[in-house]
Ligand binder design. Structure first.
Ligand SMILES: NC(=O)c1ccc[n+]([C@@H]2O[C@H](COP(=O)([O-])OP(=O)(O)OC[C@H]3O[C@@H](n4cnc5c(N)ncnc54)[C@H](OP(=O)(O)O)[C@@H]3O)[C@@H](O)[C@H]2O)c1
Length: 231
C-alpha cells in the first residue's frame, strides 16, 4: 500500500498498522504534475498498481458570494484535475494487464448538492460523472471503477463543515457514519466489483428520488453562520 498526503506524520501512524507493507509519501496533490512521480514511487514499492484510490479532497463551505475564486480553483484542481490525472496515468497498465480498480471518493454532494458549497458541489459532481462514465468504458478491458458517495462521515472535514451552519435539531439528527465502516464497504465493493458505495445506507434512496431529495436538501440545510461584518 502506498499512502500519500502532505502531513506525513499522520500517514506514518496509519502505516504502522501495516508493518513493512505500507509506504508513505509527502505529496501535494494540489499540483496534478505530482501525480506521475507518486505512481512511479508506488510501482517501485509494490509493482503494478492494482487499486488507485482517489480520496484526497478539500471543502470550502460559506456564502458563495464571499468565496475566494482562486481558492475555489485550487479546490477544483485537487478534487477533480488530480484524480483525473492519476486515473489517466494508471489506466494504460491496468488495461494492458486486464486488471485493476479505480476508486473515486465523490460525495453525496454529487447527488444532492448542498447549499453553501459552490465549488465543492461542482467538484464532486464532476468527479462522480467522470467516474460513472469511465466504468462502462473500461469494463471491457477488465478494469473496474467504484464511485463512492459518502454522506456525512465523522472527520476533520465533516466537523469543520458542521461548524459553518447554524445549529438546528435537523443537523443534530443527520445520519453520520464512520471512516472505518466506509473503508470496509469500499473494500467489499472492490472485491465484489460493485459499481458504487452510498454510505450511510439511508442516503441510497436519494439517487432514486432526485426531486424529493432536492426538496429535502434545500428545506433541511440550515442557514450558514454569517461572519461579523468587518467594516
Ligand atoms: N467526511 C465527510 O463527511 C465526507 C463526505 C463526502 C465526501 N467526503 C470526501 O472524502 C474524502 C476524504 O475526506 P475526509 O472527510 O477524510 O477529509 P479530511 O479529514 O479533511 O481529510 C482530507 C484528506 O485529504 C488530504 N489532502 C488534502 N489536501 C491535500 C493535498 N493538497 N495533497 C495531498 N493530500 C491532500 C489530507 O491530507 P493532508 O492535509 O495531510 O495533505 C487528508 O488525508 C474527500 O475527498 C472528501 O471530499 C467526505
Amino acid at each position: 500500500m502506498t499512502l500519500a498526503a502532505r502531513r506525513v506524520s499522520l500517514l506514518e501512524a496509519l502505516a504502522a498498522d501495516h508493518e513493512g507493507r505500507a509506504f508513505v509519501h509527502a505529496v501535494d496533490l494540489g499540483d496534478p504534475d505530482n501525480a506521475a512521480g507518486l505512481l512511479d514511487a508506488a510501482r517501485a514499492e509494490h509493482g503494478p498498481i492494482d487499486v488507485l484510490v482517489n480520496n484526497a479532497g478539500v471543502q470550502i463551505v460559506g456564502p458563495s458570494e464571499d468565496t475566494d475564486f482562486d481558492a475555489g480553483v485550487r479546490l477544483l484542481t485537487l478534487n477533480v484535475h488530480t484524480p483525473l490525472r492519476l486515473t489517466t496515468l494508471a489506466l494504460p497498465e491496468m488495461i494492458a494487464r486486464r486488471s485493476g480498480t479505480i476508486v473515486d471518493v465523490a460525495s453525496m454532494a454529487a447527488i444532492a448538492p448542498t447549499p453553501g458549497m459552490l465549488f465543492y458541489n461542482a467538484s464532486k459532481g464532476a468527479l462522480a460523472a467522470a467516474s460513472e462514465g469511465l466504468r462502462g468504458e473500461v469494463r471491457r478491458h477488465g478494469v473496474h471503477v467504484v464511485t463512492v458517495y459518502p454522506g456525512p462521515v465523522k472527520s476533520a472535514m465533516e466537523a469543520a463543515a458542521r461548524e459553518k451552519y447554524q445549529d438546528s435539531a435537523a443537523v443534530q439528527k443527520v445520519p453520520t457514519g464512520t471512516a472505518e465502516e466506509l473503508a470496509r464497504l469500499v473494500l467489499r465493493a472492490i472485491d465484489k466489483k460493485t459499481p458504487r458505495v452510498v454510505y450511510p445506507k439511508v442516503y441510497g434512496m436519494a439517487r432514486h428520488f432526485p426531486n424529493m431529495t432536492r426538496w429535502i436538501t434545500d428545506a433541511l440545510t440550515p442557514e450558514l453562520k454569517r461572519l461579523p461584518d468587518k467594516t
